[in-house]
Design a protein around this ligand. Sequence first.
Ligand code: FE
Length: 215
Amino acid sequence: MTVPRDTKKIIAIQEELHSHLPSDPALRVRALESLLVEKGLLDSATVDRWIEVFSEQVGPKNGARVVARAWVDPAFRTRLLGDATSAVVEMGCPKLEANSLVAVENTPRQHNVVVCTLCSCYPWAVLGVPPTWYKSFEYRSRVVREPRVVLGEFGLELDDDVEIRVWDSTAEIRYMVLPERPPGTEHLEEEALAALVTRDAMVGTAKVAAPAAGN
Ligand code: FE
């Protein structure tokens, strides 16, 4: 049968194109933006502000609430690790129509880090839009080859006996890291815990830091 071979060939061509060209919607958005700016209906600073809101506020805050809930509610944690796609919807995150979400849990013995080696697939429902470094060729190629070195460059030094697992996202499956709850947070409520959780901790390039003394 020739179909599987042709299918493979088509996928290979698509992947090749995908790695070099901006996606069609990206081109269209750029064209639309320049047109709106040209007509004076929009300025680029507003666009940047929206991007900032989406990446810094809307997105990662969703993920942080999910992580905090998993820390305080063992039944939710089980649901999250079993079926993250449904569990995050339960927390009010946008429903992922075209792909599924997998949550991978950090432990004292295993650290997880997420990448998309092909392009920039990212769990947008919980984290918003990816940071520039996530989309960079350097991160995408190096984190799989030398994760410990790359994490060190992010300021994350892991002991030699901690196993590092790198999860390669695809169009179908997106990953988020469930970081470890830092020590000294036993007294904190869910909302205060969520405020500690950073985007990078959910990508796996950082840990969640313990709250500063006095907090
Ligand atoms: Fe991708």
